[in-house]
Each structure stands twice: as structure tokens, then as C-alpha cells.
Write a protein of this length. Structure first.
Length: 165
């Protein structure tokens, strides 16, 4: 007997819907950042906390992101989560009216959305080097036949990386 499922999690990665995968990764990112703030309040300097953040929290956030198609709202949420951590790291509140570029300059942190896009481009180059019998390469080269649904087409991974068909 077979049962149809709408969502399936395999090795901490959601297989059917990237939105919930993004939600899970954002939640993990925020939990790790909270642990860094709680456990390393006064003991470490800011550079060490930032290195721990880059090694643990960013890795947790970027896990599985090579297949994400980010919309504007999702990019804003990712940037907001990163800015929240950087503000708390520097002890800056929103009432201080400090610009985001100044905060990034003080911490020398790269925009998280740009990092994800670079990660996706790196993944694309890796897939393009694969043999043609590998599944990721076949999925990249696939041209589906048939009619599409009515309405505006969804933004595709291929469109996000500005690939030609």
C-alpha cells in the first residue's frame, strides 16, 4: 500500500518544498546565533564570535541552498537575520540609526544573499563539469515537453543564475 505525502525530510533536508527548507534553515541560523550570544557574552572578543558565527551559523543556513530560488521577500528575511546578529554583536540598537553598510564595514561581513548566489554559481560550475550520465547534469539539461500552467511562469533556478536555455 502506498501513501501520498506532501512533505518528506531526508537527512535534515526537505525534499518537496524549498520554502519550508528555507524556514528550517533560518530557524537553525537564529538558534545558533542565540547560543553564541548567550554562551559567549563577555568571555570572547567580537572577532572570535564572528568566526564562530561564520563557521557554524552560516554553514547551517547555507545547507541545501544550491537549489533555492530566492524571491525578494526571502532575500530580505535572510538579510534581516544576518543584520540582527551583527547589530547584537556590535551592541548597536535600531535606535542608534546606524546604517547597514557601516555595520558590515565594521564587521567585514559579506551579504548573506550574495554568498548564497556565489555558492549556487560554484555548484553550477561543478554540475557542468559532471559526466552526462549523472542525475544533476541530466536535470540541468532537461527541457520538459508539454504545456505550462496559465499565468506568469514561476522564477526558475536557471533564470536566477541568468542561464540561457
Amino acid at each position: 500500500m502506498y501513501i501520498q505525502v506532501l512533505d518528506f525530510k531526508y537527512w535534515e533536508y526537505r525534499t518537496l518544498e524549498y520554502k519550508s527548507d528555507l524556514e528550517d534553515n533560518l530557524q537553525t541560523y537564529n538558534k545558533i546565533n542565540g547560543a553564541i550570544r548567550r554562551h559567549f557574552v563577555k568571555q570572547m572578543n567580537k572577532e572570535t564570535k564572528l568566526r564562530i558565527h561564520n563557521i557554524t551559523a552560516k554553514a547551517g543556513l547555507k545547507f541545501g541552498s544550491e537549489a533555492w530560488v530566492l524571491k525578494k521577500r526571502e532575500e530580505q528575511r535572510l538579510e534581516a537575520a544576518q543584520k540582527k546578529f551583527l547589530r547584537q554583536l556590535l551592541g548597536i540598537t535600531k535606535l542608534d540609526k546606524e546604517k547597514n553598510q557601516c555595520i558590515r564595514g565594521k564587521t567585514e561581513a559579506q551579504n548573506i544573499v550574495e554568498e548564497i548566489k556565489q555558492y549556487q554559481e560554484k555548484w553550477l560550475k561543478y554540475v557542468q563539469r559532471m559526466d552526462t550520465n549523472r542525475k544533476p547534469k541530466q536535470a540541468l539539461q532537461c527541457q520538459p515537453k508539454g504545456r505550462r500552467n496559465i499565468g506568469r511562469p514561476r522564477k526558475k533556478w536557471r533564470d536566477q543564475l541568468h542561464l540561457e536555455d
